[in-house]
Design a protein around this ligand. Structure first.
Ligand code: ADP
Length: 459
């Protein structure tokens, strides 16, 4: 249940349930009282009929004028109920009044008429009987005190329910609201201390639960981004440590060869050509390294500007693959293209896309492939074009697969420029593909080769 209904329920129950309990208990006892009263009424009626019978039986005593004796006969019936009996004739002449024989306090009590009846004596005389009492009730136990205690019990039950509810809701609210808030405070403290593994144990699906879930997701993101940051920092440090080496090695070798040429060590044309070729290859290496670093710094600054145009996939890939076929052949490899290339319209930056393709092909050859196969798979009603580039090179180990697209990540940790580059090529390729709303991924088996897949949206 959500927080707001819970709080409303708490407030309503605290107000309503004690009142319900009060009236419930009150009506229960009132019902009992009514039943008791019914019984007492019966007892009164019984007492009255007994009194009537006794009046008739002892009327001769009264007739004889012995009122005292008559009172004594009546007393047993009247006294337990504090009753007064008045006997009068039809013409309202009072023949007997029991209060005349009662003394003290009781006599002063205010009485009211409870019953009136008429009886006929054996002699045919009709008498009016009036019975008075000082209370509504003949039973001395069933009095004001009883009603008072019923009210006290009802109020106490209401207060008890109120107390139970207050304690119950306080425990519940502190468990479901205050406790998680405290936990969250602890979690923020832990996070401030640098512990990002502190999970808040709360599984309810209410507002607090959602809030904690969001907090936990944030913690998880922070943890991941810190881990990424650490990896990135390590790679960057590693790169800076090796970049000077990577730059110095070809530079020193260029310097050596140029000095050789300068000193006149080179005697024949063939040797001179060899020296120049080495210098050229070293400058190409340097060029690639500097290009990668330049692209990377642009990527870091979000300055990879895309100049997209609408192109026919068939024309575009036919052109760039024609050049690549020659390139690969020069590097002792073979490029096979599955034709015909599907003809769909792509919205791409032609130079950047060529950069990606060249990078993938370069990598394939650099990492041991003698054969690279490029095929195109249009699908989803030609709304998407997939480019598969399969090579038979060294392959990538499973643990390296998730990282090869990370910046500065190189499987070959030695970082020799002979073997690879800066570890930036695939990171740049991914940035370019993502800027085209596409995706790039790799599937690979060590020793068998790798397949890089580029997925591009079709216009
Ligand atoms: P680099 O400039 O070092 O080649 P990349 O970002 O292009 O960096 O590639 C990252 C890593 O992925 C490389 O160091 C390499 O080990 C691995 N790799 C990339 N392409 C291939 C491939 N076709 N076959 C095997 N390994 C590859």
């Amino acid at each position: 249940m959500k927080l707001r209904p819970r709080l409303i329920l708490a407030f309503l129950s605290i107000i309503i349930l004690p009142i319900v309990s009060f009236f419930g208990v009150l009506s229960f006892f009132s019902y009992q009282l009514e039943e008791l009263e019914g019984e007492h009424n019966e007892r009164i009626d019984r007492a009255l009929s007994e009194i009537s019978v006794a009046v008739l039986r002892h009327y001769d005593v009264l007739e004889k004028g012995d009122e005292e004796q008559f009172y004594l006969e009546m007393k047993l019936l009247l006294e337990p109920y504090h009753l007064e009996l008045i006997i009068s004739s039809l013409d309202d002449e009072v023949l007997f009044q029991s209060t005349d024989y009662v003394e003290g306090e009781e006599r002063d009590q205010s009485l009211f008429t409870m019953r009136r009846s008429q009886v006929q004596t054996l002699g045919g005389e009709v008498l009016n009987l009036e019975i008075k009492s000082d209370s509504l009730d003949l039973s001395s136990e069933l009095t004001y005190n009883k009603i008072l205690s019923v009210i006290v019990i009802s109020i106490s039950s209401g207060l008890l329910v109120l107390l139970i509810l207050i304690v119950g809701w306080t425990i519940y609210i502190s468990k479901t609201i205050l406790h998680p808030l405290k936990e969250m405070y602890t979690a923020t403290e832990e996070m401030r201390e640098g512990n990002l593994n502190y999970e808040i144990p709360y599984r309810r699906k209410d507002e607090i639960g959602r809030f904690i879930e969001g907090f936990d997701t944030m913690r998880e993101h922070l943890k991941q981004s810190f881990a990424k940051q650490r990896l990135y920092e390590n790679n960057r440090k590693e790169l800076i440590a090796t970049i000077s080496h990577d730059l110095r090695t070809p530079l020193q070798s260029i310097k050596g060869y140029v000095e050789g040429l300068n000193d006149g060590i080179v005697q024949n044309e063939e040797m001179k050509q060899r020296y120049l070729n080495v210098i050229l290859s070293k400058t190409e290496q340097l060029n690639r390294l500097i290009d990668d670093l330049f692209e990377f710094s642009k990527m870091e600054l979000d300055q990879l500007v895309m100049e997209k145009q609408l192109v026919s996939s068939q024309d575009y890939f036919t052109n760039i693959l024609r050049d690549s076929e020659v390139d690969v052949k020069q590097k002792q490899g073979e490029l096979l293209v599955t034709r015909p290339i599907p003809d769909v319209v792509l919205h791409i930056d032609q130079k950047r896309m060529e950069q990606v393709m060249t990078n993938l092909l370069d990598n394939a050859v650099r990492y041991g492939a003698t054969e690279v196969e490029v095929s195109f798979v249009p699908y989803d009603g030609e709304r998407v074009l997939e480019i598969h580039m399969r090579d038979n090179g060294d392959g990538i180990a499973e643990e390296d697969l998730p990282n090869v697209f990370e910046r500065f990540y190189r499987v070959e940790k030695s970082r020799s420029l002979e073997h690879g580059g800066t570890g930036l090529g695939l990171a740049i390729a991914r940035s370019i593909i993502e800027a085209h709303e596409g995706e790039i991924w790799v599937e690979s088996t060590v020793g068998k080769g790798s397949t890089f897949v580029i997925k591009l949206p079709v216009v």
